[in-house]
Write a protein that binds this ligand. Structure first.
Ligand SMILES: NC(=[NH2+])NCCC[C@H](N)C(=O)O
Length: 404
């Protein structure tokens, strides 16, 4: 079936996850900020929490597939493996030819493709490779830095490197250098995996401007919402609208709604400030109620995208495009301290698995109680360690198939 996602809430059938691995143990205080973490999770517990997340999904009829497994299946073909290794090495920012050669030999020595993929994700420490004789200036200067290839600790946020839209994907150009390498895996899966090759690309990783999956919400079959955020640029949104309206076939989307949101870490993606939990209900960051600046992009004449600017409250804009009176549930109930705390721990980032049923983090107990009071069924997962990466259940999942 490939990709089939036309909503945020219709019953989830198949989802892509990544269980955090050794990449988390390669975080050190010095590089936390650049790697977009605020703390170092305890891996063993993070993995237990992640397993609990996957188990709840399975118990609710969702097929769970893992990123490293799909990628390993792709590189079972020797020619594709070669291409993958070269791509990985090209983008790993390896400073010298000799080191590159050593990394290549090292990766080639892995017997298991899953372990090989895991290694590319985990990062490669200098001490895993044979020592080189330091001849070039760069080898001599670069002595302190521990890695020859950086870890990719944000991989467990599978929501961001690509996004399912209808029967296609947006293969994203990421905002940060550290996350841009994550999109190599999806690139190969959508190029070569038997179940996914040939999937329509509404955006591509070699396009110029950044866009991330956390900003992309399938409001309905015909309306796609995208945040103009710290991570996603207005240029990328206009480009994806052109691709949808004029350059690719079979799309049902008639309106791309661009939401102008603050460009700060607490608001990093659109899904950090609101997520849909039922036909007519959303959880939100209380400070996003608006009025907000919204841009409606629609198909115009002669290959031009029409843009209509409006100022509306979040309640008005969502009601208008869903065709019903939408209720907004405030994260933390709107109390300043509680909402700041719970939103920071992704209290408004829930994963809807069917209308009115969501997966939430245990630590956001005030918001969770409010959801229940509002008739939403919650599936609670442990959250001490996973939450340290600043992403919640929606960020940690990429739906591949939802019921139509
Ligand atoms: N869709 C999301 N909200 N993703 C959250 C990603 C968090 C990750 N540490 C980052 O900064 O990129």
């Amino acid at each position: 079936m490939g990709i089939q996602v036309t909503s945020e809430i219709k019953p989830l059938k198949k989802v892509l996850l990544h269980k955090p691995g050794e990449e988390i143990e390669n975080l050190t205080p010095e590089y936390l900020e650049r790697l977009l973490f605020d703390d170092i999770p305890f891996l063993e517990v993070a993995q237990q929490e992640h397993d609990a997340f996957a188990e709840i999904l399975r118990q609710n009829g969702v097929e769970v597939v893992y990123l490293h497994e799909l990628a390993a299946e792709v590189i079972a073909d020797e020619k594709i493996k070669e291409e993958f290794l070269n791509q990985f090495l090209d983008e790993a920012d390896i400073k010298s030819e000799e080191v590159r050669k050593n990394v290549y030999d090292y990766l080639k020595s892995f017997k298991s493709n899953e372990e090989l993929i895991r290694k590319t994700m985990a990062g490669i420490n200098k001490n895993e490779l044979p020592a080189i004789e330091k001849k070039s200036l760069v080898d001599l200067v670069d002595d302190e830095y521990p890695f020859v290839a950086d870890p990719m600790p944000n991989l467990y946020f599978t929501r961001d490197p690509f996004a399912s839209i209808g029967d296609g994907i947006s293969l994203n150009k990421m905002y940060s250098v550290t996350r841009n390498r994550e999109t190599i895996y999806a690139d190969f899966i959508f190029k070569y995996h038997p179940e996914h090759k040939g999937t329509k690309r509404l955006y591509n990783r070699d396009f110029e401007f950044s866009i991330e999956g956390g900003d992309i919400l399938n409001i309905s079959e015909t309306v796609l919402a995208i945040g103009i955020s710290q991570r996603t640029t207005p240029q990328a949104i206009e480009r994806i609208a052109e691709r949808i309206f004029f350059e690719t076939e079979g799309n049902k989307i008639e309106t791309v709604l661009a939401f102008d949101i603050p460009k700060t870490r607490a608001y990093m993606h659109l899904d950090t400030v609101f997520t849909q939990v039922d036909h007519d209900k959303f959880t939100i960051h209380p400070q996003i109620e608006g009025p907000l600046k919204i841009f409606e992009l629609t198909k115009g004449e002669n290959g031009k995208v029409n843009i209509l600017e409006e100022t509306m409250t979040l309640q008005e804009i969502l009601s208008k495009h869903l065709g019903c009176d939408v209720k907004l549930i405030r994260c933390g109930g709107g109390d300043y301290v509680i909402s700041q705390r719970e939103q920071w721990n992704d209290g408004s980032n829930t994963l809807c698995i069917k209308p009115g049923e969501v997966v939430v983090y245990s630590r956001n107990h005030v918001t969770n109680k409010l959801l229940v009071e509002n008739g939403v069924k919650i599936h609670v997962i442990p959250s001490s360690e996973l939450s340290r990466g600043r992403g919640g259940p929606r960020c940690m999942s990429m739906p591949l198939v939802r019921e139509l």
